[in-house]
Design a protein around this ligand. Structure first.
Ligand code: NAI
Length: 476
């Protein structure tokens, strides 16, 4: 394999776009082309308004685009010219057939492998960046080897290079990764291909942070990393229920527990549950893998992480209904935040969708405000969960949080956007129906200050406010 001078990434999504922008930014000697079958998305990448929001992404794309960073719909040409090809397409949970609701759907990955086999024309390093189950590289390799039979000048090496960026901090994570993981074959050709990719990352990542392993360890490590992260959230969320029932405070418990350096204090914040396109999908993928390997105990263990997450969302919605005097029918409820986390416009698997759905089933009227999620996306997500008629009847999307809260019986915080902490809650309280309640599903608001204004407050993982109860209002 020659020195990598031309990189192509198939899949211009949340991973492909930012990752390639960073490679182009850090490696002026490499030409990077991002391709996608969705031509409209490519047009957006070539426009002034990029299809995804990440802090720092616009600057890097606008500076490199047209120099050594290109977005194109001509997939065959890009593949023909590339030395190294990232496969960065989506691998969603299957919605049909065998493994429905559990296994990742690998049809997009396979389709890219076939396209590479068809158009390669010469030697290529093919890199799985998509998150895939263990042994996916074998399937890709099998398709590529078959093409080699008819065309001896073709030569392929398949590497695993899973991506660990987190949406919301993608550019920071890419610029300064905890580690880069590259898995490959142990053969001399495999080692050369691994070294070629190492050389790309070495342009900005210190060598000691680039880990090289065998292919299967690399594929499995990505699933395990997401499973451990999701497990931390489900663990603290499980404890949040114990706190609410006992008078302990989950933030205090998390702090005390996290001070133990063996445990660590990151990713220990209780909430209304994790969302995003990856955690649930990847834990389910691990569970499915374990079931396929007849490791039912292991599968059950990890499935518990998902069960707690679903339960936490339901529990939070039930709490809202119970505390609004057991009925939300026809009540206006302001929902602050719809993205699955702050600093992204991504709503895939957002807890807000699930809580909203539960409230809509009780015929609440939702007034939704999110600083980054467009109205069409909110309506689309909720339409998938309920019916377009229900969405039409029960959901209004606002551009102004004060308008969303006006005449509402309650505010429900479902994303931890920083701006929510800066709102004038006295003004909001005055405009609401009374008694006005706030349900903080992200632990970002100052409960005491809100109570002083006159709100009834409920936060995940803290017990009923005793002082407040003395005055005879409902139990918080
Ligand atoms: P995405 O859905 O944002 O983007 C995938 C893109 O691939 C889409 O634009 C789609 O049109 C394109 N595509 C699908 N099949 C194609 C084909 N045959 N030819 C050309 N283009 C095709 O997905 P996202 O979020 O970028 O994820 C990609 C992979 O990275 C997934 O496996 C995911 O699990 C993984 N990942 C995602 C992270 C995230 O934060 N979103 C983080 C780490 C890994």
């Amino acid at each position: 394999f020659k020195k990598v001078e031309r990189v192509v990434c198939v899949g211009a999504g949340y991973v492909g776009g930012p990752t390639c922008a960073m490679i182009a930014h850090k490696c002026p000697g490499i030409t990077v082309t991002v391709v996608d079958m969705n031509a409209a998305k490519i047009d957006e990448w070539n426009s002034d308004k990029l299809p995804i929001f990440e802090h720092g992404l616009d600057e890097i794309v606008f500076a490199a685009r047209g120099k050594n960073l290109f977005f194109s719909s001509d997939i065959p040409k890009a593949i023909r010219e590339a030395d190294l090809i990232f496969i960065s397409v989506n691998t969603p949970t299957k919605t049909y057939g065998r493994g429905k609701g559990m296994a990742p759907d690998l049809k997009y990955v396979e389709s890219v492998a076939r396209t590479i086999a068809q158009y390669a024309g010469g030697p290529k390093i093919v890199v799985e960046k998509s998150t895939v189950p263990v042994k996916a590289a074998e399937s890709i390799g099998c398709i590529l080897r078959d093409a080699q039979k008819n065309c001896p000048e073709l030569k392929f090496q398949v590497l695993s290079n899973p991506e660990f960026l987190a949406e919301g901090t993608a550019m920071r994570d890419l610029a300064n990764p905890d580690r880069v993981l590259i898995g490959g074959e142990s053969s001399p050709e495999g080692a050369l291909a691994v070294e070629a990719l190492v050389t790309v990352y070495e342009n900005w990542v210190p060598r000691e942070r680039i880990i090289t392993t065998n292919t299967w360890s690399s594929e499995l490590s990505k699933l395990v990393a997401n499973a451990f992260l999701a497990q931390r959230i489900s663990s603290i969320n499980a404890i949040s229920a114990v706190c609410e029932a006992t008078g302990a405070d989950v933030s205090e418990v998390a702090h005390a527990v996290g001070c133990d350096t063996r445990i660590g204090n990151k990713f220990l914040k209780a909430s209304v549950g994790f969302g995003g396109s990856c955690f649930q999908k990847d834990v389910l993928s691990l569970v499915y893998l374990c079931e396929s390997l007849n490791l039912q105990k292991v599968a059950d263990y990890w499935h518990g992480v998902i069960e707690i997450n679903d339960w936490q969302r339901r529990r939070f919605a039930d709490k809202i209904i119970a505390e609004l005097f057991n009925t939300v029918t026809d009540k206006k409820i302001a929902v602050f935040g719809f993205a699955f986390k702050k600093d992204t416009g991504d709503t895939r698997e957002s807890s807000a969708i699930h809580v909203s759905k539960h409230l809509m089933e009780e015929h609440a009227r939702l007034a939704i405000y999110d600083p980054k999620v467009p109205k069409s996306q909110v309506l689309y997500e909720l339409g998938l969960q309920t019916s377009p008629a229900d969405v039409e009847k029960l959901v209004t999307v606002y551009n102004d949080p004060y308008e969303a809260a006006k005449d509402a019986h309650a505010i429900v915080v479902l994303t931890e956007w920083d701006e929510f902490t800066t709102f004038d809650f006295s003004r909001i309280h005055a405009s609401m129906r009374h008694p006005a309640a706030i349900f903080d599903g992200r632990l970002i608001l100052d409960q005491k200050a809100l109570r002083e204004i006159g709100f009834r407050t409920f936060a995940i993982g803290s017990a009923p406010d005793q002082a407040y109860n003395l005055f005879g209002t409902s139990g918080y």
